[in-house]
Design a protein around this ligand. Structure first.
Ligand code: SIN
Length: 373
């Protein structure tokens, strides 16, 4: 198990432009910035990419280079992450910013608000062409989907991470970071929604999920596959995102987050969890059902009772791939449930929170949001 630190530090924003730093040469954060002199004209022509660091294993260190599981996540600053990748200076002008230094298991709603607002502010500026976010792998898919629905720009936003800490033999973070900046700097990434660049593949934020606890190929897009790939500076998309995202959603960050929690159905489960959540005043419950979203009879009755008290219930699956069919494993129309389709429980929670914050009420309107996004 990783020794996990959760020191949340919302750092002062570095808003200075790379070109004003005047630093040069590989081996510093500013090395990714254009140098003054003859090379600077070429460097100025490079896309300007903001790299926002939030922590994670990509910023983790262990005492021993052979150790890839017992480490402290989120302790290496953005400057040192960039120092490890001198090749960035020929891909983009980098504007580094330390947003937080956390293990992503501790991601909080307030930090989501800070991050989404900062991404939107940067992309609204003519001085920034794209954003890369370094993140822990554990909740990356949730943050990515949140941004996919709330970023108001067609400029690229690319999340990346690492499965091995920065101190490890064969650390995967530096190449993932280079590839993420390469994707963010690419014209082809415009209008594709929020992307995840990991282990040479480019995934849509909507589809991507973490599927391994240890493998460097930890992210997959079950059923649909990656959008494309990035290798040796080349970016290629093989398909397009079809559902609306970013500028084509009604969702904005800033409203109070509604309280939405997740319960799981499993052999022998009782209704205690659902009843406790309803008593605590939640606005929504996502149930991670078995199979095609089937729910143990005791929990299903508790959820039906929750609906009668005004709680929104979304039926999803704990299986990890496939979709949940409306009126399939449960009578959603009769029970007043919403179905999550192909969204896993964690992404379904993100969408439900945003839809409720946008004023959505009632299973019919909320089902439309799930069918659309
Ligand atoms: C984290 O999610 O912050 C720790 C695990 C990782 O990044 O792989």
């Amino acid at each position: 198990m990783a020794a996990r630190s959760a020191s949340l530090t919302i750092a002062a924003m570095n808003t200075s432009t790379p070109s004003s730093s005047g630093a040069q040469g590989a081996g510093s954060a500013a090395a990714a910035s254009p140098a003054s002199g003859p090379q600077s004209a070429a460097a100025h022509a490079l896309p300007r990419i903001a790299v926002l660091a939030t922590g994670g294993t990509i910023a983790g260190t262990a005492a021993d280079a052979a150790n890839t599981s017992g480490y402290q996540a989120g302790v290496v600053g953005v400057e040192r992450l960039l120092e490890a990748v001198p090749a960035l200076s020929s891909v983009a002008q980098i504007q580094p910013e330390q947003i937080a230094s956390i293990d992503s298991k501790d991601m909080a709603l307030a930090l989501w608000t800070t991050l989404a607002q900062r991404v939107n502010a940067l992309l609204a500026s003519d001085d920034i062409d794209g954003v890369v976010i370094t993140h822990g792998t554990d909740t990356l898919e949730e943050t990515a989907y949140l941004l996919h629905l709330t970023v108001k720009s067609i400029k690229p936003v690319v999340l990346t991470a690492a499965m091995r800490p920065s101190s490890a033999l064969s650390a995967d973070g530096p190449l993932n970071l280079l590839n993420a900046v390469t994707v963010a700097a690419s014209q082809a990434a415009h209008g594709q929604g929020v992307l995840v660049a990991f282990n040479n593949r480019i995934h849509s934020a909507r589809d991507v999920v973490k599927t391994s606890t240890y493998a460097v190929d930890a992210f997959q897009s079950p059923e649909v596959g990656a959008l494309g790939w990035v290798q040796d500076g080349r970016v290629e998309f093989q398909r397009k995102v079809v559902r609306p995202h970013t500028v084509d959603t009604e969702f904005v960050i800033g409203a109070k987050w509604p309280n939405v929690e997740i319960v799981v159905s499993y052999a022998g489960v009782s209704r205690i969890g659902v009843d406790a959540l309803v008593a605590a005043g939640v606005r929504g419950i996502v149930v991670a059902g078995t199979g095609n979203g089937s729910i143990h009879a005791s929990v299903q009755q508790a959820l039906a009772d929750a609906v009668s008290q005004g709680v929104v219930v979304v039926r999803s699956s704990r299986v990890g791939s496939g979709h949940v069919m409306r009126n399939g494993a449960a009578s959603d129309d009769a029970l007043g449930f919403v179905t999550a389709g192909a969204l896993n429980p964690y992404k379904a929670r993100v969408l439900l929170m945003l839809a409720l914050a946008a004023g959505g009420t009632g299973p019919v309107a909320l089902q439309k949001a799930f069918d659309k996004y």
